[in-house]
Design a protein around this ligand. Structure first.
Ligand code: PEP
Ligand code: MG
Length: 553
């Protein structure tokens, strides 16, 4: 057997199965000849548009609510006679059908974009329709999440947050992407669904549809054409490891009994029942923007309240930390994200979107408060991307006024960590979003797989920022947790606790190993491990130095 492909294992597990690739948008060849028979060419283009509309109609019939409405609106666009006229006109002028379809959609797109913000929101739908019709005409695979009709290993260049809407977790055995890092959305999605995932796997580009692979996400490897012995060895070892870790249960504690809350990260989607059943003390990060994704306008107050209440009921009697809308940059939303920002990660995102749309935040806080009042959960709220103390104070004031007594901030911007004392003085708690904190501290796009070494949460520079924030929390008697992906790393967890962090929030799959790692170290030992990591030269050195002295759990 050849050497396996390697990447970063970001969500534990082992699975084997056939590959199904996410096809990229089709490229229209520049040199297609003019059609000999324009009428026949127009008929081909019409058939392609009808085919796309029929597909979407079928999909619309399988879903309900907002998803069905979006698909039905796309069907109407695909069948729009004005679009058909534009296509026919282009073909009559000498364009081949794929060129005519792409150009007609581009023309339609420009018209819609100019017709005001509501219509501009439809532009992404048009791009999707155009790609589908062109893919039919060129007879290349349909872009988007594949549906081969059987369980498969999903292979993609990378996944976007909107892909999560169409991903059927029951069919996907594992995820492998060429790009992405430990903090990318692919990683977060895979963990929330409990699917094994390997990202930043450059060799994934070679994987072909239908070929069998063995994904070992614990080892960060993808083995091509594995024999049965390799599959059963890898699955057996994984099952044994999982069984060993499952022996420890209950609240998080160090070996000398110091409590460290173990919480889960959720998105309020299909993973909710499994997350609620997990052995956790509550939710440390409820990412509410997933309710807003892939829709033309914000969900109504009633819909928000219902959806939050569903989560609070599932966690009745436990703590739930709701993060208010974190739109922009890597999580664009059609109705709030500023188009064509030169640098979206540094633009109007997170809490900053409330500068332009204060009503969105106020409505959301009101819906959270109404849902909290109906249910028995201990609801906290926090704002994403807070940079300065004034923002923390203003957010806490707004949340308290809405009837939410515990209001905090995410520390994701280095300035907020450096001034944690002032930030925390104006609110009730902080939660370190180490994914974005690494991105901003190291000026490295969190989605850039090739910068994974800089984004590594083991970077001593990042750990310094964690220590500063946790220290301020300790002095002011306010809780400081970690809810970035770093919290789910069982080797890093005792280091974070040694730096002063009081809770760790992660995808449920990470809980058993983190619980076991904490139970294996006293608080004093956690502090020693933190010291070992802080004096290291870089991320790899810190990890290796801690691994050499940490107790095995
Ligand atoms: C983070 O940035 O660490 C975080 C938890 O938020 P998100 O990953 O949703 O940006
Ligand atoms: Mg973040």
């Amino acid at each position: 057997m050849a050497d396996p492909l390697t990447g970063i294992g970001v969500s534990p597990g082992v699975a084997a199965g056939p590959v199904a690739r996410v096809a990229p948008p089709p490229q229209v060849p520049a040199d297609l000849p003019a059609p000999a028979d324009p009428a026949a060419e127009t008929a081909l283009a019409t058939a392609a548009l009808d085919g796309v509309a029929d597909d979407l109609e079928r999909r619309a019939a399988e879903v309900t609510g907002e998803s069905a409405q979006i698909l039905e609106a796309q069907v109407l666009m695909a069948r729009d006679p004005a679009l058909a006229d534009l296509v026919a006109g282009r073909i009559a002028a000498g364009a081949a059908a794929p060129v005519a379809v792409a150009a007609a959609f581009a023309e339609f797109r420009a018209l819609l974009a100019a017709a005001g913000p509501y219509m501009a929101e439809r532009v992404t739908d048009l791009d999707d329709l155009s790609n589908r019709a062109v893919a039919r005409l060129l007879d290349v695979p349909m872009p988007g999440i594949p549906d081969p009709g059987h369980p498969f290993v999903l292979v993609a260049t990378d996944l976007a947050p909107a892909d999560t809407v169409s991903l059927d977790a029951g069919r996907v055995l594992a995820i492998v992407t060429e790009l992405g890092g430990a903090t990318s959305h692919t990683a977060i999605l895979a963990k929330s669904l409990g699917l094994p995932a390997v990202v930043a796997c450059a060799g994934a580009a070679q994987l072909a549809d239908g070929e069998r692979v063995l994904v070992d996400a614990d080892a960060g490897t993808v083995l091509r054409a594995p024999d049965d012995a390799a599959v059963s060895r890898a699955t057996g070892e994984f099952a044994a490891r999982r069984q060993r870790l499952a022996r420890a249960t209950g609240p998080g504690r160090t070996a000398d009994g110091v409590p460290v809350q173990l919480l889960v990260n959720i998105g309020g989607g299909p993973e909710l029942p499994a997350a609620a059943a997990a052995d956790a003390e509550g939710v440390g990060l409820f990412r509410t923007e997933f309710l807003f994704l892939d829709r033309p306008e914000p969900p109504s107050a009633e819909e928000q309240e219902e959806s939050y209440a569903r989560v609070f009921e599932a966690f009745a009697g436990r703590k739930v930390v709701v993060r208010t809308l974190d739109a922009g940059a890597d999580k664009p939303l059609r109705f709030v994200t500023v188009p064509d920002e030169p640098n979206p990660a540094l633009g109007v995102r997170g809490l900053r979107t409330a500068r332009r749309h204060p009503e969105l935040l106020e409505d959301q806080l009101a819906a959270v408060a109404a849902a909290a009042a109906r249910t028995g959960a201990d609801v906290w709220v926090m704002a994403p991307m807070v940079s300065v103390a004034a923002e923390a104070r203003a957010f806490a004031r707004l949340a308290h006024a809405a009837g939410l007594p515990v209001a905090g901030v995410m520390v994701e911007v280095p300035a907020a960590a450096l001034r944690a004392r002032q930030v925390l003085a104006g609110c009730d708690f902080a939660s370190l979003g180490t994914n974005d904190l690494a991105q901003y501290a190291f000026a490295s796009d969190r989605l850039a797989g090739e910068l994974a070494d800089l984004l590594d949460p083991w970077q001593p520079g990042l750990l310094d920022l964690v220590g500063l924030t946790a220290g301020a929390g300790h002095d002011l008697g306010k809780q400081v947790g970690v809810c970035g992906e770093a919290a789910g790393d069982p080797l890093l967890a005792p280091v974070l606790v040694g730096l002063g962090v009081t809770s760790l929030s992660m995808a449920p799959v990470g809980l058993p190993a983190v619980r076991a790692a904490l139970a294996a170290h006293t608080l004093a030992e956690c502090r020693d491990l933190a010291e070992v990591a802080l004096v290291a030269d870089g991320a790899a050195e810190a990890r290796a130095a801690v691994r050499a002295v940490a107790h095995r759990s």
